[in-house]
Design a protein around this ligand. Structure first.
Ligand code: TA6
Length: 282
């Protein structure tokens, strides 16, 4: 069932009548999803590390229980993406779609975090659906952020437009988190972009005029959408990312960050669900 993936990390290789996918236990990271006859939907850096304790650069990193690098946190983007998860279930349905459930090693009740169970459900068919499920098993409230930090393959970043965020407030990390309002129907990328759009449950689309396809990102249980492209300087500064790879990727991330962070009552469950679909541009 498990293959030795890159870095000899255990990897699940999945094939359906419509598509193929790869999932690493390391970070429960989906690193590959490709519909038959189409270029891969998810981008994976050729320079990515595949090693214990290191994040994988591409696919869908799971960001939990914090986003970014708050001063009181040891590292960026939480610990879920650098943990090894356990495979709990794998099922193939009669129509050929494949469902997988992975579970993160339990967060022990600690001064910092209430005891919780964290599961990740992945369904591979003609679309890719993922769901991050957090159960607060403690007797106290659990305040956290989460984000599916999805890297999408694009043909040419200059020929991409992102729709569905007009009129939404965002924090611009390239301008010291200045608060702005999105004024464009279609967002174009021609420099470093690092924005957290807040208070938006909307579906977002990526139109890729170069690959002649639209990628549709539907979500539930998410009020934030983060848009990121490192552009030239940041690309050069990242050791696990190719200098020119910024031209073939864009991150459109689905989660609950900053003022959208979640407060989970004892015994309560949060579900962050994302469905990715693609279609040829008309
Ligand atoms: O989601 C955007 C972002 O927070 C950027 O600020 C950038 O740092 C990116 O994530 C990648 O973070 P990483 O820790 O994977 O290098």
């Amino acid at each position: 069932m498990f293959l030795n993936g890159r870095g000899d990390l255990p990897m699940l290789e999945i094939t359906t009548p419509w598509s193929s996918a790869e999932i690493y236990l390391h970070g429960a990271q989906v690193t590959h999803f490709k519909k038959n006859g189409e270029p891969p939907l998810l981008f994976l850096s050729q320079c990515s590390r595949f090693a214990a304790g290191q994040p994988i650069r591409g696919g869908i990193p799971i960001i939990f229980p914090w986003f970014g690098k708050p001063t009181d946190k040891p590292n960026q983007h939480g610990f879920a993406r650098i943990q090894d998860w356990d495979l709990r279930e794998l099922a193939v349905t009669p129509d050929g779609s494949v469902s997988v459930r992975l579970q993160m090693a339990e967060c022990a009740d600690s001064s910092e975090y209430p005891s919780c169970a964290v599961d990740y459900l992945v369904t591979v068919s003609a679309t890719l659906t993922v769901e991050l499920v957090v159960l607060n098993k403690s007797a106290r409230e659990f305040v956290f952020e989460n984000c599916l930090h999805t890297y999408f393959t694009v043909g040419d970043i200059g020929a991409v437009s992102i729709t569905g965020l007009k009129g939404v407030d965002y924090l611009d990390q390239t301008k010291a988190f200045a608060r702005q309002i999105e004024s464009n129907d279609a967002i174009r990328i021609a420099s470093e972009v690092d924005r957290a759009y807040l208070g938006t449950p909307r579906t977002v689309e990526i139109q890729d005029a170069s690959l002649r396809r639209t990628i549709r990102i539907e979500k539930q249980g998410s009020a934030s959408t983060v848009v990121w492209n490192p552009w030239i300087a940041k690309s050069k500064a990242m050791p696990d990312f190719g200098d020119d790879e910024y031209q073939q990727m864009v991150c459109v991330e689905t989660g609950n960050v900053d003022s959208d962070r979640l407060t989970l009552k004892p015994g309560a469950v949060s579900r962050l669900n994302m469905k990715l679909a693609s279609a040829p541009l008309p």
